[in-house]
Design a protein around this ligand. Structure first.
Ligand SMILES: C[C@H](O)[C@H](C)C(=O)SCCNC(=O)CCNC(=O)[C@H](O)C(C)(C)COP(=O)([O-])OP(=O)([O-])OC[C@H]1O[C@@H](n2cnc3c(N)ncnc32)[C@H](O)[C@@H]1OP(=O)([O-])[O-]
Length: 727
């Protein structure tokens, strides 16, 4: 790792070099400081260009060093940005690839910025539980104004070069030779006054309603990142830029940074960041891994079934520029499905145009619609996305076996059906993979890649690579009923329903869990997913009984507690958002705004009386424990069964697929934050009082770990040698 400089005429070029993303480690900052000092002192140098090695400017501070004590982290980037800005020689940043976090702050210290057209810039610190701590919160508002700076700093959004140019973050965008262009610019501005280019000296342009703007931003982040402190601290830092001179603003930025660093949030978010990258590097117990098994190239794909899931999958593939054949069973369905796909494609094209892709229409892969299975003969992969019915799926896979080329991978988008049973009817069980997409499939990041008993490592490697190519996070899971995400989720939803049966208000339960940070409370989530779908799933997986008798709940079977409420609501045609009423009512079928429904409250109090449920109103703290600890407990059972490679996989599934708040790291990380012995004691207490709810019975893995105290999550595997993945 080094920072070196060479002189090109009178311009010194300093190259940041710390593969793979030129993160600013203490060593790199030190080397940069040294090179800058030399360039500034060297009388032959009249201007300086800073660029990054291998086409990447810089991805910001080295996150791996965050847990080092700050005094051991060497010189602070902040001082460096001041040094660059205040020196008399013009400094130009040549931005290729990314300028993120400290990388962008470094560029903002420079007097000019030239960016490659494909570069992206941003201040993503908020997504790591911190804030830009090298003057970003003070310099960016001075450059682009309060409103735009607030958006960037509180969302962590990455901005493509053309948008950055419009915002005024960069001075020039080029299609090639970024460094050469930066050198040209540097030569041109030698000797020109730098005053207007020194951002720290500029006044912040404030609109008259600046306080209203800040207050509005605060309301927005409190809703969007419930329970997280860093977005609020980001706004406070920008407020300082509005009211204080630069040096005072910097003091406030540092204070807020220290404050955030003393909370658990940065460590949780940073854990989540690395967990996402780790799970993508799958390894099987056989030793096969992403390093040893090459994925097969996917040049063409087919999707069967153009309902909500299938349409989203088609768009995902098209966005990854993979040509798709979209198949439906009859003309009517094809007509409906193709309209849905075309309208989504149009929306994606528009979005891309807004992001500055001028040839957006060409950047989506072509989609062809058909009724003819024969057209699937030569595709590299088929993703079946018909509704959840084993008989139908088997029929399709039997058919595909006879049609598709022998090298084609056959995937099923199921949210919990047995992959092995599907594989058993094909001529190539080793090439059958479960690909569980999340709705809407062209937006949600998560893809559970399900490893069946016969699935080969090449099939896994190909599916995991496909996830990456689709811009998704692939997480490898075992073929257990409902796989991992939904296996934990159904128990959580059931717990929430039990609370309602005991007289607690569903709005309060939703609100409490949303305040904890979940994107959506359980009842709103059920309405979104469809109560009929969930009811079917609960019956199929033994969480409810198929028989119903209006209003009367049979709440026990084989000494296990059940709730029939979902079924009863479905009998009343309350299917959730799609029918305009479920746990809540909506302005119309398909409406999104959930409103409390007096009818439901009357119905529930009658139901409560008829069924003689004991009333147990519980506190917000207990709502959280009661609902979330079953997720954690079942997570441990998943690990015990070997259905996930590690706790990180479960956390990534929840963070990216279920709206779990990343500032708590994920359910398993959250368990370690609360303390495993505490979680265990609570579960024991709840189970003792409710022996009819198996989800509350503490897992033996949790017991074993808790017996060791509260070992850090990264040590769990080593401590329990016998627990191993059965993927
Ligand atoms: C003072 C200042 O205010 C502060 C306080 C800060 O600056 S805080 C820091 C702010 N910066 C960020 O938040 C940037 C986060 N990174 C990203 O958004 C992405 O990584 C990427 C840059 C857009 C590349 O994406 P990619 O899809 O091409 O590959 P990858 O798999 O993601 O990443 C490739 C490899 O690089 C590693 N990596 C990425 N960014 C890193 C970073 N900032 N530090 C250390 N390692 C990093 C990553 O772990 C992976 O490693 P490995 O797994 O190969 O061993």
């Amino acid at each position: 790792m080094a920072t070196f400089r060479h002189i090109c005429d009178s311009v010194a070029v300093i190259t940041l070099s710390n593969p793979p993303v030129n993160a600013l480690s203490s060593a790199l900052i030190q080397a940069l400081q040294k090179a800058l000092g030399e360039a500034i002192r060297d009388s032959a140098v009249e201007a300086i260009v800073i660029c990054g090695d291998k086409g990447k400017f810089c991805a910001g501070a080295d996150i791996r060093e965050f847990n080092k004590p700050s005094q051991k982290r060497g010189p602070h980037l902040l001082l460096l940005t001041d040094l660059i800005e205040s020196n008399k020689k013009p400094v130009v940043a040549a931005i290729e690839g990314v300028a993120l976090g400290g990388g962008l702050e470094l560029a903002l210290g420079c007097h000019y910025r030239v960016a490659h057209v494909q570069a992206r810039v941003g201040l993503p610190e908020v997504l790591l539980g911190i804030l830009p701590a090298a003057s970003g919160t003070q310099r960016l508002p001075r450059l682009i104004g309060i409103a735009a700076a607030l958006t960037l700093i509180t969302t962590g959004k990455y901005v493509p070069a053309r948008e950055a140019l419009k915002l005024g973050i960069v001075d020039k965008v080029v299609g090639e030779n970024t460094v050469d262009e930066a050198i040209r610019l540097a030569k041109k501005v030698i000797g020109q006054p730098l005053g207007s280019r020194q951002l720290s000296t500029l006044p912040v342009q404030c609109p008259p309603n600046v306080e209203a703007l800040l207050a509005e931003a605060m309301v927005k982040v409190k809703k969007q990142f419930r329970g997280a402190q860093s977005p609020q601290a980001c706004i406070e830092a920008v407020r300082a830029a509005v009211h204080l001179p630069y040096t005072e603003g910097i003091k406030k930025e540092q204070e807020l940074y220290q404050f955030l660093n003393a909370t658990h949030e940065p460590r949780a978010q940073q854990y989540a960041f690395f967990a996402e990258r780790e799970v993508a590097k799958w390894t099987l117990p056989s030793g096969a891994s992403w390093k040893t098994v090459s994925p097969q190239p996917i040049h063409t794909a087919a999707v069967i079934g153009l309902g909500t899931m299938g349409s989203g999958i088609v768009i995902s593939l098209a966005k990854a520029q993979i040509p798709v054949i979209a198949l439906e069973k009859d003309k009517k369905q094809l007509n409906i499905g193709s309209k849905a796909v075309i309208s989504l494609l149009d929306r994606e094209t528009l979005k891309m145009k807004q992001l500055g892709h001028t040839e957006a229409t060409n950047s989506l892969g072509p989609v062809r619609f058909t009724l003819d299975y024969g057209e699937l003969r030569d595709v590299d992969i088929v993703i079946e996305a018909v509704f959840e019915n084993m008989i139908l799926k088997k029929e399709i896979f039997r058919h595909l076996s006879g049609i598709c080329k022998p090298e084609a991978f056959l995937c099923t988008n199921t949210s919990g059906l047995d992959i092995d049973e599907i594989a058993s009817v094909t001529d190539r069980p080793q090439m059958i993979v479960g690909t569980h997409f999340y709705a809407p499939a062209h937006i949600m990041k998560l893809l559970e890649v399900v490893h069946g008993r016969y699935t080969s490592s090449i099939s896994i490697s190909t599916a995991m690579q496909l996830a990456k190519n689709l811009g998704k996070i692939g997480v490898l899971v075992g073929n257990c009923p409902l796989f991992v995400g939904n296996r934990l989720m159904v128990l959580y939803l059931q717990q929430a329903i039990f609370l309602v049966e005991e007289g607690n208000k569903l709005e309060e339960i939703d609100q409490t869990l949303e305040n904890f940070g979940l994107a959506m409370g359980p009842f709103q989530m059920m309405d979104l997913a469809g109560l009929d779908t969930l009811w079917g799933c609960h019956v199929e997986h033994g969480l409810a009984r198929p028989e119903q008798s209006s209003g009367i709940s049979t709440h026990h079977h084989s000494s296990k507690r059940y709730s029939q409420l979902l079924g009863i609501l479905c009998e009343k045609s309350r299917f959730g958002q799609k029918s305009g009423q479920g746990w809540y009512k909506y302005e119309k079928p398909g409406g999104r705004k959930a409103m409390s429904d007096p009818w439901l409250h009357n119905f529930l109090s009658e139901y409560h009386g008829v069924n003689n449920f004991k009333t147990q109103k519980i506190t917000q703290e207990k709502i959280i424990e009661w609902c979330l600890y079953v997720i954690i407990n079942e997570g441990f059972k998943v690990l015990e069964d070997g259905m996930a490679s590690g706790p990180e996989d479960i956390d990534v599934i929840y963070n990216s697929g279920y709206g779990w708040p990343k500032h708590t790291g994920g359910p398993m990380y959250y368990a370690s934050l609360v303390g495993l012995p505490v979680v265990l004691t609570k579960l024991e207490k709840y189970y003792e009082a409710n022996p009819d709810i198996p989800g509350l019975k503490p897992s033996s893995l949790l017991k074993n770990l808790a017996a060791l105290g509260n070992p850090p999550l990264k040590e769990w595997r080593a401590l329990l040698g016998s627990w191993s993945s059965k993927l």
